[in-house]
Design a protein around this ligand. Structure first.
Ligand SMILES: [Zn+2]
Length: 393
């Protein structure tokens, strides 16, 4: 993606990490990527431990942003497809459902039975010692305990401060990073780290990209962000993009935001000031074009696409320790693999049809593929030639 490449060139320093101290002894257990909470956990008690002075965000704002991120995740997880196991295969729950918990904020002083602690700019001495160097990253989700019988974790999410002794080594970290652009960096990194709590691995070109947290707090990056680029990125933060739930697209733009990147395919001249409009709705594609922002609209063509189908893969898998007592019956396949698959499926759409070019009547056979982790799609011309249509919304 053209915007993304530009951003990634500015990458600096280390990657965001997920960690599991519960593994102990430096051995990574195979359950390290399991979601922290399954359906047997009804309520997740969390608290917010905030260093207001060094983190640069008020307690009210921090609480609101955490609530918003939790709500977005749970809403997306509850909506996602659920077709891995039939009703009687997986006892007692039938499926792997995530985000089914009620998340309740409590005071950190009331720490008994605490499941998740948000540590904004704060680490204990013991935690600091456990990290090789906590100044090397800006966000981390650490599962400190894991109950292998009940498949339930506890832990904390740490985001680093912008000032004080724990400030990351990034010389280029913005001195008020978290609150920039209506808290955009905070929104991004909270969603990323919570994704790990729900068992989601890194995914390129999404807010689960392992390189994004460090990038998004960079001073120069935040200063250079144009309103257009900010709007584009903010749309990529929407959690359900991870699950490919968006089916319809309607985008238009001019110049380097023109979504029609190969006008010559349609018998049109390339022009740097041309504008394009691409709409995909209910399986119908229409493409309009203007030679310049003030030129009249030319309809290039339209098509109905058929053969729409989706492909999916599990976004989450749950390793089953031998001693687990949570599932009393699992499918044979899961027993052999030693793991269950989450119902949360990344879907890609693939459709085919003939795009009828309006001015010539020529039919161009096209295949459209929309990948869940992308905000664009690729249109293949009969499999021989392909080009990208950037659905930049
Ligand atoms: Zn990560």
């Amino acid at each position: 993606m053209k915007y993304l490449n530009f951003f990634l060139l500015q990458l600096f320093c280390t990657q965001s990490v997920m960690a599991a101290w519960a593994s102990g002894g430096g051995v990574i257990h195979r359950d390290a990527h399991n979601p922290w909470f399954l359906e047997n956990t009804r309520t997740v008690r969390y608290c917010i431990d905030l260093d207001v002075d060094n983190f640069g965000v008020s307690a009210t704002e921090a609480s609101q942003q955490i609530t918003a991120a939790l709500n977005e995740w749970t809403a997306a997880l509850r909506l996602s497809d659920d077709d891995y196991y039939s009703a009687n295969e997986l006892v007692p729950f039938g499926q792997i459902r995530l985000g089914s918990q009620n998340f309740a904020e409590v005071a950190c002083s009331d720490a008994a039975d605490l499941d998740l602690r948000f540590q904004l700019g704060r680490l204990t001495a013991e935690q600091t010692a456990n990290f090789n160097n906590p100044k090397e990253f800006v966000g981390v989700a650490v599962r400190t305990e894991y109950d292998i019988k009940l498949l339930k974790g506890r832990g904390f999410i740490y985001l680093s401060p912008v000032s004080g002794p724990l400030t990351p080594n990034h010389q280029r970290m913005h001195p008020a990073a978290w609150s920039q652009h209506d808290f955009m960096p905070l929104k991004l990194v909270l969603r990323h780290e919570l994704g790990h709590v729900f068992g989601i691995d890194h995914q390129r070109d999404t807010f689960m990209d392992d390189k994004w947290p460090e990038l998004f707090v960079e001073r120069q990056f935040l200063q250079d962000l144009t309103p257009d680029a900010l709007a584009y990125l903010s749309r990529k933060f929407v959690v359900d993009r991870i699950f490919g739930q968006k089916k319809d697209w309607d985008v238009e733009g001019c110049g380097n935001r023109n979504p029609v990147s190969a006008p010559h395919l349609f018998g049109l001249q390339y022009s740097e000031e041309a504008c394009g409009h691409v709409q995909l709705k209910n399986g119908s594609l229409t493409i309009d074009y203007k030679k310049s922002p003030t030129a009249p609209v030319e309809t290039i063509g339209s098509s109905s696409f058929s053969g729409a189908h989706t492909q999916g893969s599990a976004a989450v898998s749950v390793f089953l320790p031998e001693d687990q007592e949570l599932f009393t019956t699992v499918p044979d396949e899961a027993k052999q693999l030693g793991r269950l698959f989450g119902e949360h499926v990344n879907t890609s759409q693939k459709m085919s049809g003939d795009l009828v070019i309006k001015h010539s009547g020529v039919k161009i056979p096209l295949i459209i593929e929309i990948q869940p982790t992308s905000t664009g799609t690729t249109i293949f011309d009969n499999g021989k030639f392909n080009y990208d249509v950037f659905f930049l919304d």
